[in-house]
Write a protein that binds this ligand. Sequence first.
Ligand code: SF4
Length: 375
Amino acid sequence: MQTTFQQLFDTYNWDEVQNRIYRSTAADVERALAKRKRNIDDFATLISPAAAPYLEQMAQMSHALTKKRFGKTIQMYAPMYLSNECNNICTYCGFSLDNKIPRKTLNPVEIEQEITVIKKEGFDHILLVTGEANHTVNMHYFIKSIQQIKAHFSNISIEVQPLSEEEYNQLHDAGVYSVLVYQETYHRDVYKAYHPKGKKSNFDFRLNTPDRIGKAGIHKMGLGVLLGLEDWRTDSFFNALHIDYLQRTYWQSKYSVSFPRLRPAEGIIEPNFIMEDRDLLQLICAYRIWNEDLEISLSTRENETFRDNVIPLGVTTMSAGSKTNPGGYSTEPESLEQFEVSDERPAVEIAKIISERGYEPVWKDWDRAYCGVTI
Ligand code: SF4
């Protein structure tokens, strides 16, 4: 048995995986769809071009499996950007060190202003986001901010730089429910090209981060790849392989997957690989048919029509009314966004659309009292 995902990952070859996916046949797809339980090889088949003609059938299965496991509910959350300071160069991100934009880290007064607006919109689940700037946005800052924020929100998720196991322990004790960390791409050489400078350029340290999160006993982990950097099918296979390994190793934790497609932002590159809406729907359905327990999250990066249509087809979590710059909810935007939001509708409108489709928008399904952490 492997003790880190890297040990398993190193037994795979990118080109062989890619060939395997693209060689799948209609007979392979039909075999995978007919199974009661599907494995990671079936997932590879379901994301293949050969599965594209089966999208209608996959969507129906995804709908039925999601309804059985999660009911007709959509969990609502809002991201709160605490800082856009970053010491890394990531060639696809508006916060990249080489972008000459105004930098800002929220102070407690500014955090309070953001809390007031986000709470007014009805949110009880919050995702805290920062860049990687260890001199200002560090563990001390995280813990102080979480102490302030947790008095107002039942469920806190965090998406920050990869940390040590001990630091994840501290976040857990501080009341963090979920940690999100995306590998961006599982192609080592391509990863290096997109991350030329800063701590994030260490592929292996990032790859082993979910292991450290799991060892720290965090309740939920969120994984994903940035769609547009490399071939989405091969990258998604490795992301699913990662989730599969984690679920077997840290079985006490829950897991979610997100599908960020590269969006326009200040000074960033164009996607190298285009993913059409139909491809993204196939990917969502494939994840659900492969893994009935996985939470599937869709952000405001996606456009209104796609988000509305995909509500009954496998998604369990949606953000709404998102601002991707620090202070974006309460003050005039002084600093540029991490990326341009596509669906700009307010949370109340998204909740109405969810209800009109026969689903319940869920603002709260967790209380910190469940795990004995007091506020
Ligand atoms: S993706 Fe993250 S680490 Fe990279 S520049 Fe943007 S905020 Fe910084």
